[in-house]
Design a protein around this ligand. Structure first.
Ligand code: FES
Ligand SMILES: [Fe+2]
Length: 396
């Protein structure tokens, strides 16, 4: 053996560079740092649902491009995002993932902020008179924050175009669901995966991998219509695939989810929308699942999973919906653990035994075409200025 290339007989050099990627993009920390700077610091990033901040002074914390953020619904009902770092000497202000607080008091020197991020107390403030600083100047740094259809997004870039421009109409795919009833989060869990964030997003785009899932093979792929769904591209790298009716009754012990169908969907209907760079909305009849990611390092990502159901529904219905969700998409469900296993195993070989990854399927943009993954990398290249297929283009 001369090198990694000899593990393959695939003629990589003959392929169009759009049809494969250099696996170092999944494990090189320099690439990760560029992604944080040119993608996650620039795009609108989904952070939570409005229903998670239902009451006055409800808050959530998160991290975007390494910047800790505090998202709060203020007394004026407005949701704001601010940097979760004390203006005095930088201590992370709020440690809890979520909660309710009228004010936030820094543990170090007790500077205190209200739910809008205004600094409302500085102990012995007069000591700063010499440099003419008072608390009116010491609020938390505000970050752009916009909501649509109950989804809250932030953007670290003050010059970015508005959220709706960025989404380029892609959420219209779910408008009939969002428009019918109010949805709320009924499930949340998160998991650190030993895989790169792009690998997770790829599993939500390349449906060729559904051979992985017994569930998909039995309830979806038995239908010829499964293979004939078209992918639709929106500007800025967002992708949606045509719906499918899932035959739940075909799996062992399975039953139709018809009676729990979310308003706006057909019985047992299944839809997917991928929002660049890291979000997937996935409706499977009774529940809307939303994945989003906090990339931690090259080859390591925190994935957050939410399940949404109808707000205010009867308890019995809610229990069934939660059961439906957990059966497929809970941490021990039929679907998620399989994706986690596959993507972690994928990462184990990246840049070592495995030098390139194929994304070369062409099927007229139908279900198992790699078109959505190629579109993803087209946008990735546009923003990072890198070439996904060309290791020689990566910075030293
Ligand atoms: S760092 Fe927060 S009060 Fe000093
Ligand atoms: Fe999957």
């Amino acid at each position: 053996m001369k090198g990694n290339e000899t593990f393959y007989s695939i003629p990589w050099e003959d392929l169009p560079p759009t049809h494969y990627v250099d696996n170092r993009i999944f494990c090189d920390q320099k690439i990760f740092d560029i992604e944080q700077r040119t993608i996650f610091s620039k795009v609108w990033k989904f952070v939570c649902c409005e229903s998670e901040l239902a009451g006055t002074n409800d808050f959530r914390t998160t991290t975007v491009a390494g910047v800790p953020l505090l998202i709060v619904r203020g007394p004026d009902a407005k949701i704001r995002a601010m940097v979760n770092s004390c203006s005095h000497r930088g201590v992370k202000l709020v440690e809890e993932p979520a909660g309710n607080a009228r004010k936030f008091e820094c543990l170090f020197h007790r500077w205190t902020y209200d739910a809008r991020g205004r600094c409302i107390d500085i102990p012995r403030e007069e000591g700063y008179a010499c440099v003419k600083i008072d608390k009116a100047q010491c609020g938390l740094k505000q970050v752009r924050c916009e909501s649509t259809r109950g989804l809250v997004f932030v953007n670290l870039d003050d010059d970015a175009a508005p959220l709706e421009d960025y989404l380029a109409g892609c959420l219209s795919v779910f408008d009939d669901v969002f428009g019918q009833v109010e949805l709320e989060v009924l499930h949340f869990h998160e998991q650190v995966l030993d895989t790169d964030w792009k690998h997770w997003q790829e599993t939500n785009m390349e449906l060729y991998h559904e051979y992985l899932h017994v569930l998909n093979r039995k309830t979806g792929m038995i239908d010829p219509a499964y293979f004939n769904r078209a992918w639709h591209a929106f500007e800025n790298g967002h992708m949606a695939v045509d719906p499918l009716i899932i035959q739940y009754e075909k799996m062992q012990g399975g039953a139709s989810r018809e009676e729990h169908t979310l308003p706006g969907l057909k019985p047992n209907e299944f839809r997917i929308l991928d929002i660049f760079p890291d979000v997937m909305l996935n409706c499977r009849a009774s529940v809307l699942r939303i994945d989003t990611q906090i990339p931690l390092a090259a080859g390591k990502t925190l994935v957050q999973f939410r399940g949404l159901g109808v707000k205010g529904e009867p308890e019995q219905m809610r229990r069934q919906r939660i059961r439906d969700h957990a059966e497929f998409w809970g941490p021990f469900g039929r679907n998620l653990p399989e994706d986690a296993l596959a993507t972690e195993r994928q990462k184990e070989t990246m840049g070592k035994a495995s030098k390139y990854s194929l994304m070369a399927r062409e099927e007229n943009r139908l279900t198992q075409d790699d078109f959505p993954v190629r579109e993803f990398y087209r946008q990735w290249e546009r923003l990072t200025g890198l070439r996904a297929a060309s290791a020689s283009m990566l910075p030293e």
